[in-house]
Ligand binder design. Structure first.
Ligand code: CTP
Length: 400
C-alpha cells in the first residue's frame, strides 16, 4: 500500500514495501521474521514493525484510524480496517493498496488515486489535510516535482492557506528539518526548492530563504542539474543559504536544530561568500586559491562553483575542486628529515612552502624540491644564528 503501490503503477522503481495488517502487525512481523530467519524492530506504541530478512526490509502497520488533537500535533491512533487506514493518508496517489492474497490488478482505491495518477495530480483527501499535518505542505511539493505532476487547484488553495495561517512556521525544528532534508535528498531538489520559495514555504522556515534566482543558477551554472556531486544534499543546503548574513545563518541553524554537519555547511557557505572579491581576481596564484579555500567544506565550495556568475570565480573554484586541492608537496616528512630538517614546527612550515611552490610551478622537479628544502634549512639556521635570543635581547635593551 501507499508509496510502493503508487510507484509500481507508475512503473517507477519501488523502494521498501509497506504492508497494512487488519490485526496485530507486530505479532505478524514476529512470525514472518521467524519464518524468514530475519529480525524485527517493533514500535508497540504505533502498532508498527519492520522486518529485516534476506537483505531486504519491509514495514508492517496495524490498520488504524487517526485523529489530531490540534494542528501539527502527532495523531491519536486507534486500530481499525484498511479503509480507515487509507483515509488517514496524505494524497489520493498514496491512498491505494493491493489486497493480499489477491490479484495485483485489484487495487483498493477509494479516493480516486488511479485517476489522479493518470491525470498527474497531487490531491488531498479532505479540506483539513494540511491543518491536520502541515508537513504535508512539503510532501505535496516533493511529489509534484518528483513525479512531474501538478498540485490540484483546490489542494493548492488549502496548502497556501496553511502557510498563510503560520502552520508551517509553527512546526517543531526537528520536524521542519526532516522535511527540508527529504527535499534536499530528492533526485532533483532544485525544482522542489524553487517551488517552496514560490509558495512562500521556505520563507516560513526563515524569511531570508527567498532567492529564486540563485536556485535557477544551480542548474544554469552547471549546464545541467548536477547528478550527484559529492554530498549533494549539503551542496544544495550551501547554495540555499549562501546569501544569508551570519546572523540569519545562526537563526536558521537554531530554527532547524541543525546537527554539526549542517551547521558547518551553513557557516562555511556564508563565510565563503565573503571571500568572493578575493576569488574574483585573475592574478590570484594557485597557492593563494588553495590557502583561501582549503579549510572551507567541499560542499560549500561546490555550491559556489555552481551558482557563481563570475567567470573568474567559477574557473578558479573549479580548478581548486578538480585539481589543486589534491596537489601534494612532492616530498614527505621522512624525506625532509633525511635532508637535515630538524623535527619540529620548521618541518611543517617547509612542507607547506614546498606545496605552495609545487602549486605555483616553482618546484616542478624532485631535484628542484630538494634544493629548495636545503636552502630553506640554511636560511632558517642563518636566521636563528643571526637573531639574539630573547634573553640577550632583554640584556641588550637594559644596557641601552
Ligand atoms: N503519510 C501521510 N502523511 C504524512 C506522512 C506519510 O499520509 N505526513 C503516508 C503516505 O500515505 C505515505 C506513507 O504514509 O505514502 C509512507 O510515508 P513515507 O515513507 O514518507 O512515504 P512514501 O510514499 O514511501 O514516500 P517516498 O516515496 O518519498 O519514500
Amino acid at each position: 500500500m501507499g508509496g510502493p503501490v503508487r510507484d509500481a503503477l507508475l512503473g517507477r522503481p519501488i523502494k521498501d514495501l509497506d504492508f497494512c495488517v487488519e490485526g496485530d502487525a507486530p505479532a505478524l512481523a514476529q512470525r514472518l521474521a521467524v519464518e524468514l530467519a530475519g529480525q524485527t524492530v517493533v514500535h508497540p506504541r504505533f502498532g508498527t514493525a519492520t522486518v529485516l530478512a534476506a537483505g531486504s526490509r519491509f514495514d508492517l502497520v496495524t490498520a488504524r484510524r487517526e485523529t489530531y488533537a490540534h494542528p501539527g500535533a502527532l495523531p491519536r491512533v486507534t486500530p481499525s480496517g484498511i479503509r480507515d487506514d487509507l483515509a488517514r493518508r496524505d494524497f489520493s496517489i498514496n491512498a491505494m493498496a493491493i489486497q493480499l492474497p489477491g490479484e495485483p490488478s485489484e487495487v483498493l482505491d477509494h479516493w480516486g488515486g488511479l485517476e489522479d495518477l493518470r491525470l498527474g495530480v497531487v490531491r488531498t483527501l479532505h479540506d483539513k489535510s494540511f491543518i491536520d499535518d502541515p508537513t504535508r505542505v512539503f510532501r505535496a511539493i516533493r511529489y509534484e516535482q518528483r513525479l512531474g505532476f501538478r498540485i490540484d487547484e483546490k489542494t493548492l488553495g488549502h496548502l497556501k492557506d496553511a502557510v498563510d495561517r503560520g502552520l508551517v512556521a509553527a512546526l517543531s525544528p526537528d520536524r521542519l528539518r526532516h522535511e527540508v532534508e527529504r527535499i534536499l535528498e530528492e533526485e532533483n531538489p532544485r525544482m522542489a526548492l524553487a517551488r517552496c520559495v514560490d509558495l512562500g514555504v521556505l520563507q516560513a522556515v526563515h524569511p531570508a530563504l527567498n532567492d529564486l534566482d540563485k536556485l535557477e543558477r544551480l542548474s544554469v551554472g552547471a549546464g545541467s542539474e548536477p547528478e550527484s556531486p559529492p554530498g549533494k544534499p549539503m551542496v544544495y543546503l550551501a547554495a540555499l543559504v549562501s546569501d544569508l548574513s551570519a546572523q540569519e545563518g545562526e537563526e536558521l541553524i537554531g530554527r532547524l536544530n541543525m546537527p554539526e554537519g549542517w551547521r558547518r555547511t551553513v557557516r562555511d557557505s556564508i563565510r565563503l561568500r565573503g571571500m568572493v572579491d578575493e576569488l574574483n581576481d585573475d592574478s590570484l596564484s594557485p597557492s593563494g586559491l588553495v590557502h583561501l579555500l582549503e579549510d572551507v567544506s567541499v560542499e560549500a565550495v561546490t555550491a559556489l562553483e555552481l551558482t557563481s556568475v563570475d567567470t573568474v570565480v567559477k574557473q578558479g573554484v573549479h580548478r581548486f575542486l578538480t585539481e589543486l586541492r589534491f596537489v601534494e608537496p612532492g616530498l614527505d616528512g621522512r624525506d625532509l628529515l633525511q635532508l637535515g630538517v630538524p623535527p619540529g614546527p620548521l618541518l611543517g612550515r617547509i612542507l607547506s612552502r614546498l606545496r605552495d611552490d609545487v602549486l605555483d610551478g616553482r618546484a616542478a622537479t624532485d631535484a628542484g624540491r630538494r634544493r629548495l628544502v636545503r636552502r630553506l634549512v640554511k636560511d632558517s639556521m642563518a636566521e636563528t644564528a643571526g637573531k639574539p635570543s630573547s634573553a640577550e635581547a632583554i640584556k641588550d635593551a637594559g644596557h641601552g
